[in-house]
Each structure stands twice: as structure tokens, then as C-alpha cells.
Design a protein around this ligand. Structure first.
Ligand code: BTN
Length: 256
């Protein structure tokens, strides 16, 4: 891919994408647009975020000229909150596959929402939903990817755990084209997800998994669950087998 410093605003405009050089958080902006009645499919992209948000109240470091930070507004008709819940897993598999196809890098998925290369995090997904009386009003799916970051672009405390396409390959990637390709693949997969659920994604997720076969410990559960991650079922639950051979079906949480 050719080298480039900034997003091509004209290409983004022509694709109907809300593009901002600086924003607090693309998720916050997409939620605001959703509340104003923006249609499903609306996309918000920023070159830099000053208040990028991660899961569990963490921040998402989003320096200018380096990454891809975007949010997609989804309004799936006739989908309830429970049916929508594995959407993040499907999206992670879709983005990892697209990253492999577009860059040749061995991107992988770590349950539930992380994208890795090797053992290090290259991206993450923050999915936020708004419901009313058990009816899903909308989903905002926010995706952050580390693309052209040098080591010094990460805060010192992240350098051990985070990586970028540049750090893994020595190549600088043209972000507009990469983003539009990722978005195309992601939209296609989300259409499939809202028609057929998670089942069609189960084999892909397993193929791209950096979690299965590992000893894991889960945070975010009422009870601590620890054991080997042995499988992912067709509903997106992670199956963990503890040292007594008992299997736990886990739908949410975080591997620590
Ligand atoms: C995580 O791994 O904790 C999820 C990180 C999600 C970060 C993205 S960047 C674009 C979008 N806007 C945000 O404020 N957060 C998400």
C-alpha cells in the first residue's frame, strides 16, 4: 500500500461518511446522531479522538494521523436485544478476516471484542445499545484500529500490550482505502448476521481465534471462572472447562 499522512476527505464525503479531523468520541457522536433520528448505516469517522472510549470505562488512545477510529449506527428491524448480543463477535471476525485480506497480516480475534496480531492488541470494538421496554432501538458499534502507530505513539503503559500494522510489518498503510475496504466487508457481514444470526460466523471465528485452547480467567462475572477455553458455540458463548471437568457457558465478560 502507498504511504499517506491523512484521510482523503473527498473520498469519504463521496461515500456518505461523516468525517471529522478531531472529535471527542465517534461513539458519542454516533449516539447523538441516532437520537436525532439518523438512519441505520450512518458512519462517523475521526482522524483523532480526545475522549475515545474503550470497554469497562477505559479510554482509547487515538492520536492524529495514525489509526482508524469509527462508529457505525445500526437499526436492525425486528431484532431483539438478546439476538443482537453476539454482533460484536461477528464483527470482530469480519474485521480480522478483512485485515488479513487487505494487508496479509495474521490478525486474530480474542474473545469477546479484541483484535490481535501475535499476542498484542491491534484493535478493539465497543458496542453500545439503546433499548426501550425490551425493544432494541439502535446499536452503535465503535471500532478502533492501530494502523501507522510507532512505538512512541502509544503511552508507555500500553507499549507492552499494543501493536499496530506498521510495528508488525514496517509498512505504512493508506488509511482511507483500507477503511473503505474494511467497512464494505463489515457491512456485508452485518447484513448476514441480522438475517441469519451468529451461526454462519462460528466457523470463521474459531478459525481466527487466539482464545481457544488457552487457559483463561474471566473478569466481569459474579463468580470467578477459570479454566481452558475449549469451544465457542453457535450462539457465541465461550465454553470454559474448569479443572474439575465442568463446562461453563459464558456470554459476557473479559479475559484477564
Ligand atoms: C476496547 O477494546 O476496549 C474497545 C475500544 C473501542 C475504541 C473505538 S475507537 C472508535 C470508537 N469511538 C470510541 O470512543 N470508541 C470506539
Amino acid at each position: 500500500m502507498i504511504q499517506s499522512g491523512s484521510f482523503n476527505a473527498q473520498m469519504l464525503d463521496a461515500s456518505g461518511i461523516y468525517y471529522y479531523p478531531h472529535l471527542g468520541s465517534t461513539n458519542t457522536e454516533a449516539c447523538r446522531l441516532a437520537e436525532e433520528g439518523a438512519p441505520g448505516g450512518t458512519v462517523v469517522l475521526a482522524d483523532a479522538q480526545s475522549a475515545g472510549r474503550g470497554r469497562r470505562g477505559r479510554s482509547w488512545h487515538s492520536p492524529p494521523g495514525k489509526g482508524i477510529y469509527f462508529s457505525l449506527l445500526l437499526r436492525p428491524p425486528g431484532t431483539g436485544p438478546a439476538a443482537a448480543s453476539p454482533v460484536t463477535l461477528a464483527a470482530a471476525a469480519a474485521v480480522a478476516r478483512q485485515l488479513r485480506e487487505c494487508t496479509g497480516m495474521q490478525a486474530a480475534v480474542k474473545w469477546p471484542n479484541d483484535l490481535l496480531i501475535g499476542q498484542k492488541k491491534i484493535g478493539g470494538i465497543l458496542t453500545e445499545t439503546r433499548t426501550s421496554r425490551q425493544v432494541l432501538l439502535y446499536i452503535v458499534m465503535g471500532i478502533g484500529l492501530n494502523i501507522n502507530h510507532r512505538a512512541e505513539d502509544f503511552p508507555a503503559e500500553l507499549r507492552r500490550r499494543a501493536t499496530s500494522l506498521y510495528l508488525e510489518s514496517g509498512l505504512t498503510f493508506e488509511r482511507t482505502t483500507l477503511f473503505l475496504d474494511l467497512l464494505k466487508g463489515l457491512r456485508h457481514c452485518l447484513d448476514l448476521f441480522f438475517k441469519e444470526g451468529f451461526a454462519p460466523f462460528q466457523p470463521l471465528w474459531k478459525e481466527l481465534s487466539a482464545t481457544l485452547g488457552n487457559d483463561v480467567k474471566l473478569a466481569g462475572q459474579d463468580e470467578a471462572v477459570q479454566g481452558k477455553a475449549v469451544d465457542l458455540d453457535a450462539e457465541g458463548a465461550l465454553l470454559i472447562e474448569d479443572d474439575r471437568g465442568q463446562r461453563h457457558r459464558i456470554f459476557c465478560g473479559e479475559i484477564v
